[in-house]
Design a protein around this ligand. Structure first.
Ligand SMILES: [Zn+2]
Length: 264
C-alpha cells in the first residue's frame, strides 16, 4: 500500500513503518507503544495536542485542510455562541505574530507536510516534514508551553526529543535526495506574551541522536514483529501502565507516591 496524506496516521502505516513519535513511545514504554500499535490503547486526546495541530494547520496547512480540521474539532475549538475558547483565540493571535516574522516565515515557506519513507538500521521509517525546501532546509513548527526545559539535566531540545526528530528527518531526506539538509525549529510559546524563536539543531547533536536511534531501533522492530515481549515501564506518569497494573504486594509507606519502578 502506498503512503499518502490520508493514510499516513493509519494503523496499517503505523505497523508498516516506524515514525519518530512511535520511536519516542518505545523509548518511554515498550508495552504502551505496542498497545498503541495493536489498537488496545489510545492516548487520551490532550488539549496541548489539539492546539499544536491547530497551530500547524494555520501556518502550514492548505485552506482545505484547515477547514476540514476546524470542522472536525469545532466543539473543542469554539463555544456554542461561535466564539473561540480563550486558548484558541490566543493560538490565532500568536499565528499572526509569527506571520509578522519574515525569517520564520521563510523557513515555513517550503513544501508543507512533505511525506517521505526510508530505512534506518534496516527498519522502515516514515516522516512528515512541516516545511521542506528541496536542497535548502527542513523545518518543524512547535507550539509549546514554554522555552524552558522541564528537566534540569537535559536541554529543551533533548528533553522533547527534537534532536531525534531532526536526525531521522535529515537521514530519510538524505536517502531520498542525496542531500543532507540543516534542521530548524520554528517555535512559539503559549505564554501571554509569546516567546518566538527560530533555532537550528547542530550537526553534532543530530549525529549523536541518529546513532542513538540506530542503537535502539532494531529491538523496537523485533517487538513490532512479535519476536520479543515488550517490557512495562511502571512509571508513575505512564497512563498505560497505570491503567493496566496489577497490584502484587503492599509497599513501604515511605515509597508511596515515589516513582514506582523497582530495579531487579
Ligand atoms: Zn509504561
Amino acid at each position: 500500500m502506498k503512503i499518502t496524506q490520508k493514510n499516513y496516521y493509519s494503523s496499517e502505516m503505523n505497523k508498516q513503518y516506524m515514525s519518530v513519535s512511535q520511536f519516542k513511545d518505545f523509548c518511554k514504554c515498550e508495552a504502551m507503544a505496542m498497545a498503541k500499535i495493536n489498537g488496545t490503547y489510545q492516548q487520551p486526546k490532550s488539549r496541548a495536542l489539539l492546539l499544536g495541530s491547530l497551530f500547524d494547520e494555520l501556518l502550514t496547512g492548505t485552506e482545505k485542510s484547515q477547514s476540514v480540521f476546524i470542522e472536525e474539532n469545532k466543539q473543542e475549538l469554539f463555544k456554542k455562541n461561535g466564539e473561540p475558547y480563550a486558548d484558541v483565540a490566543q493560538a490565532y493571535e500568536t499565528v499572526e505574530k509569527v506571520k509578522q516574522q519574515p525569517l520564520m516565515m521563510k523557513y515555513l515557506s517550503g513544501q508543507t507536510q512533505k511525506i517521505m519513507t526510508g530505512e534506518i538500521a534496516g527498519v522502515p521509517f516514515k516522516i512528515k516534514i512541516d516545511s521542506y525546501k528541496a536542497g535548502k532546509f527542513l523545518c518543524d513548527l512547535k507550539y509549546m508551553a514554554s522555552l524552558r526545559s522541564p528537566n534540569l539535566f537535559d536541554s529543551m531540545v533533548k528533553y522533547w526529543g527534537y534532536d531525534i526528530q531532526g536526525a531521522v528527518y535529515q537521514e530519510i531526506v538524505y536517502q531520498n535526495t542525496n542531500k543532507r539538509l540543516p534542521f530548524f525549529l520554528c517555535i512559539a510559546t503559549k505564554e501571554t506574551i509569546p516567546h518566538l524563536e527560530l533555532c537550528e539543531i547542530k550537526q553534532y547533536d543530530l549525529d549523536e541522536a541518529l546513532s542513538n536511534v540506530e542503537k535502539k531501533v532494531q529491538r523496537f522492530q523485533a517487538l513490532k514483529n512479535g519476536e520479543i515481549e515488550p517490557e512495562r515501564c511502571e512509571e508513575y506518569d505512564c497512563l498505560y501502565c497505570t491503567a493496566t497494573r496489577i497490584i502484587t504486594e503492599a509497599i513501604d509507606s515511605n515509597m508511596l507516591g515515589m516513582t514506582r519502578k523497582i530495579e531487579d
